[in-house]
Write a protein that binds this ligand. Structure first.
Ligand SMILES: Nc1ncnc2c1ncn2[C@@H]1O[C@H](COP(=O)(O)OP(=O)(O)O)[C@@H](O)[C@H]1O
Ligand SMILES: [Mg+2]
Length: 230
């Protein structure tokens, strides 16, 4: 459902961050990406999200290095990219990014509103992440783990085909992280989304279907032995 074809990225300041990466991600897969700090993991997620643009390949200037469900991202203007992102993607961040002035229910309903969809599923999704009775609460009343539950509900409420998570358990203690990833995995499998999660944690990576190691010019599948894997 997501293809990277010779994806490269360099910032104006100089040296390439990513060069000639190719990989195919399939629907329904929960994949983790590991790699040293600064190797370009967040850059890769931003490129996939269409929030940043890849380098143009001088040998194939018309080619799109990112193709989502057959749609060449490079062929989209800003409006079309925004629409695609809104409708087809969900995001989960280390710092939660839950909006403080909205209730939990309003936070979760946001992707539905932005897509012009009925909002009834927001309450269902909040219940699915174990916060059913808390819809009228505000984020400051939550623990970090609860905040990330809200973020997961918000990321999945509009049934996106692709979920991008950048170190979603980086701010959580190990037990809470394990509970959150169990939940995330369950919800992804329930919706059939493809999810790509950047993580530093071998335990977190071990809970995904496939672990990829990112280096500047290479993505490689790798194996992690994890006693928690279910
Ligand atoms: N907007 C930017 N402008 C210039 N350099 C950047 C920008 N964003 C990231 N970088 C650089 O690109 C490299 C990869 O960053 P990043 O993708 O955040 O790495 P990771 O998430 O793997 O830690 C780093 O060297 C970083 O300094
Ligand atoms: Mg990063």
């Amino acid at each position: 459902m997501l293809e990277l074809r010779n994806l490269s990225k360099s910032y104006a300041s100089g040296r390439p961050v990513l060069s000639n990466l190719s990989w195919t991600f399939r629907a329904g897969e929960f994949v983790s990406i590991m790699g040293d700090s600064g190797v370009g993991k967040s850059t890769l997620l931003n490129l996939i999200a269409g929030l940043d643009t890849p380098d143009v390949d001088p040998n194939a200037p018309a080619a799109s290095p990112i193709v989502i469900d057959g749609v060449a991202m490079s062929g989209l203007d800003d409006d079309a990219a925004t629409k695609l992102r809104r409708a087809r993607m969900g995001f989960i961040f280390q710092a939660f990014h839950v909006l403080p002035h909205l209730t939990l229910l309003q936070n979760v309903a946001l992707p539905l509103l932005l897509n012009g969809l009925p909002t009834a599923r927001a309450a269902e999704m909040l219940a699915a992440v174990g916060l059913g009775g808390r819809g009228d609460d505000f984020p400051h009343q939550l623990s970090g783990g609860e905040m990330q539950r809200v973020a997961i509900a918000r990321a999945l409420v509009h049934r996106p085909a692709l979920v991008l998570a950048d170190e979603p358990t980086g701010n959580l203690d190990p037990d809470t992280a394990h509970a959150i990833l169990t939940l995330l995995r369950h919800e992804i499998k329930a919706t059939g989304a493809c999810a790509i999660m950047v993580t530093h944690s071998h335990i977190a990576a071990g809970m995904t279907d496939k672990v990829l190691q990112l280096s500047k010019s290479c993505i490689q599948e790798t194996t992690i032995v994890n006693p928690f894997k279910q």
